[in-house]
Structure formats: structure tokens, C-alpha cells
Design a binder for this molecule. Sequence first.
Ligand SMILES: Cc1ncc(C[n+]2csc(CCOP(=O)(O)OP(=O)(O)O)c2C)c(N)n1
Length: 584
Amino acid sequence: MQLTGAQALVRSLEHAGVEVAFGLPGGAILPAYDPLRDSSIRHVLVRHEQGAGHAAEGYAWATGRVGVCIVTSGPGATNLVTALCDAHMDSVPLLAITGQVPSSAIGSDAFQEADITGITMPITKHSELVTDPARIPAAIAEAMHIAATGRPGPVLVDVPKDVLQATTTWHWPEALDLPGYNPVQRPNAKRVREAAALLRAAARPVLYVGGGVIKAGAHEALRELAEAAKAPVTTTLMARGAFPDDHPLALGMPGMHGSYAAVAALQEADLIVALGARFDDRVTGNLATFAPKAKIVHADIDPAEIGKNRTADVPIVGDVRLVCEQFAAEYGAAVAAHGPGDTGAWRRTVEAWKRDFPFRYDQQPDGQLKPQYVMERLSALTGGDAVVVAGVGQHQMYASQYLRFTRPRSWINSGGLGTMGFAIPAAMGAKVGRPDELVVAVDGDGCFQMTCQELATCTVERIPIKVLILNNGHLGMVRQWQELFYQERYSEVALGVDVPDYVALTQAYGGVGLRCDRPEDVDATLEKAFAVEGVPAVVDFRVDQLEGVFPMVPAGRPNDEIILGPDFSDEEQAAATRREVYAS
Ligand SMILES: Cc1ncc(C[n+]2csc(CCOP(=O)(O)OP(=O)(O)O)c2C)c(N)n1
């Protein structure tokens, strides 16, 4: 069958099962937008290409499928760069299709020419400049496969305008020809047995769970393993929801703003089983002093992660769901052969830490509204029955700390790159992917102003997300660092609470804007926002401008220097620093 390259592209996307694409057209990609009109694929017209990238990410996070975005050459493509880098850092499966100037003009500094495969080479899992229209189906099939398999990530397919306009035939490849791309799925049985033996013998084990567990759909297998081994579980910022927060073995989030129990448990552990996690500096603090007594089992689908930051005593390459399943079976065999492990004293220790050093803040009934209180009420009113998307900053940390997650894919955020402006477009993409769920973006006033133009997209496309701005009038996280580490010499962090008028701005975008500054109004305001149908709802929560996120491990410092914060007494801080361990 004869068709144009553009038709071949759209047909290939349909054939690959793509149901939605986020994008914005321009000269070079124009030919592709013509057949898109007649396609089964829903196209969501964003207001900025960064929004298309994050929306595709949000869709991918929420559904586990590949998120797709389509943009034009030059500035359209470069506007995607942040989202591609974000997806690369957080292993989000993404297909970015970029138009390119005609083949004959490439290299001539043509209008809107940018070497986007070159620019994005280090931040994509794979990229291709398609030079032959007959390659389009195979390029799309391979891109979708590479994005979704192994360690997921972003793939970019750049198609020159003449390739889109040329006549070609369409042929979907039966088998993919990808020599050299063969991610290991099955873990080495001997390694898993060694790991199980270590876990059975450990007195102070911790399962250190990263985002890979959610991506692999390993949460149930993880739970079986944790319960069999009676081992405490810490879920990183990327893994919130992989293990239920209300489970007795749950420690919550580790790291710079993690729970004291999680941080202390990792420091005191005699065995850390890292599952789909990457020993990120925000988790380890100063690496040389991280978990000094622990042996390490490290399981990951990406062999490059193993030993990258911390040497593994038992390295396991493989799909982390298979790892957890085999691990649980081998653990059972080890117990049958050598008797049960004993983590009783350790669990009592960890319980005591959880009890003595919880997240704490002080909401006075007639005092200033605390951001933590808003998060606690959001958690209580939804009961975990929502998909929460966060921006980057203090609000992101409050959300991760105070929301009680009970299921995977209910938490979406920018962990690795820390991209301000992520929340609104990502929530938009998540809502498109999971239209029947309550999707809530928790945003900062700084973040909101970076991508709020997508509220227009939400209104026009009837994507009714909720946006909760924790408006502290500042680039709050930076303000907090200036307070703590620059002797309160505040420099360029004040945004002011009134400009823009978030309620009026939301209304201008066709949404419903609400404002709340008193604790007693929080529940009613949230209910009002949840009840809005068809269009986005935005709440301007006027919160305490000077509140800080605690606990905190100062950047680059040992985790042992964890600061509990102003809501704890000196005696409590001293006890936390002493850190009594009841297990031997
Ligand atoms: C694109 C981008 N620019 C700068 C930063 C550095 N940064 C991290 S948090 C933060 C402040 C965020 O302010 P806001 O959105 O108001 O959230 P808050 O911390 O007040 O909750 C900044 C500037 C970043 N993470 N991303």
C-alpha cells in the first residue's frame, strides 16, 4: 500500500497501541498533523512543549504505558529537553517524535534547525534520525519497545519534513532487529540464593525499595518477601506507594527529608537489600558514611547501577519482580533448611524510633495555616484514593511525608531531576490516563508559575485536575537553605503571595479558583475543589511562609547528622543522635 511518510508515522503509532499523544505542531512536523486528524489517537494540544513532555510522563507514570509527545523542530524540540532529561533520570517510558528540517537543509543552519538527536544524546535511552520513509514503522516499533523494556526511558525519533512528505510503503516488522539490546530479565539463581541466606541470617535487615519496584509491578512480590522475612521496608521518593504506609513494617521515605526511622534503620542495618533503587545522594547523604555496618544486596534491571555508588556484596541483575518472587521462595527454602531468622529485637527498635521521632509540626487552631496540615487533611479526605502529583520543593517533601500511600502508581513526581513545573502538566497526563480517578497536583507557588499555562489545555480538553498550591510566597526550599546555611541572608527568593492572583488567574483560564488561609476551612475547601467537574480547580492555600521541612540531613553530610527540627526538644534531638539500638 502506498502512503506518505506522515501517514506511515500515524499508522505506526496506532499499530503500536498509542491512544493519546500530547503535542504542538509547527512547520517541520506539519505533514504529520494532517493524518492525525483522521486518527483514532487522541491528540491533546498543549500550550508549551515542556507541558507535552511532562504530560506524557504523567500518563506513563499513571498507566505504566509509554507516554507519547509530538513537537516540531528547533524550539519545539528544545522545549522538550527538560522533560526528556526528567524522564531519563526517573526511568519513565517516553516516545518523543520531533519534526526536523528537510534532509537537504540539515547542517545548513536552516530556519528552526536544531540537532535534537545530538542535543538529547546523553538524556535519551535511544534516539534516531529517520532518513528513509520506509524505516518509519520499524523506527516506531523499536522506539516503543526500547522505551518500555529493561530499564524504561525516553526515546526520540526525529523525522525530517521531506521524509514525512515522501511516498512509501507501510510494513510493520514482525520481529525487531536490535542486536546488542537484550535486557536481562531472569536473575541468577545462585545469587538470589546467596541473598536469601544473608537475609535469613541478618539481625537488622532493611529492604530499601526504589522506583524500579513500581515499574516492574513488583509490589505484591515485595510484600510477600518483606512479610516472610519480617524485614522493615523503606520506600524512596520514587517508590512511595510500592509498600503500604500503614503496614507495620513500613518505615516511610529515607534520605534528606526522610523519616527518622528510615534514615536510622539504614545507618544501623547489618543488611540492606536494595530493590530497583540506585543509592542516590539524596538517600545516602555522604556516601562514605552511609550504612557503615551493612552488607549490600543490590538488585536492578540495569547492570550499570550495580556498584555505581556503593559496592554490592551480592549483585543481582534482573527484573525486580522476578527477583522478589525468587527471593521469597529461596528465603522459604533457607528457613526450612536452617530455621527462621530473628528480627524481633530490630523491629522493636525501629518501632521505638517511629514512635519517638515521627514527622511533627505544630498547627495552632487560630494560628497560621501549616502546609503539613493541608497534606494531612488531603490524605485523610481521600483515604489514599487519589493520584497525587507533586512539583519540586518543600511542598513535594510535605506531600511525600504526610500522605499515606497505600497502592502503587498513586504518587507521581520529579525525583531525579527535580523539575519545577512538573506537577500541572504531569497531572494533566495522569488524568488523561486514569480519567476515573481523582488526580491532585500539589504545587508550590514558584512551580505553578512555570507551567500553569496548561490549565488552558485542561479547560479546553476537559481534563478536570485539582491543583493545590501551598502558597508560601517564596521559592520555599531555597529560602529554607538560605535560612539554615546562609544565616538568613535571603537572596532572590521572595515571590510575594498576591501576584499573580491565583484565583483570578485560574478563572481566566476557565477553571474554578478557590482560596483558603485558615485551618478550619481546609476540609470544606478541599471538598469544594473535589466537587468541580469538567474544568480544573485550583486552591490557593496561604500557608506559613517560614515553615521548614524536617527532618533534614544537610546536603553532603553524613546521615548521622540528621536534624529533627524546631518541633523537637534538645533532649529529643540528643536522644535521636545517640540512637539507641536494642538489637545486638
Ligand atoms: C526548573 C528549576 N529551577 C530551579 C530549581 C531549584 N529549586 C528547587 S526547589 C525551588 C523552590 C520551589 O519553590 P516553590 O515552587 O514555591 O515550592 P516551595 O519550595 O515553596 O514549596 C527551587 C527554585 C528547580 N528545582 N527547578
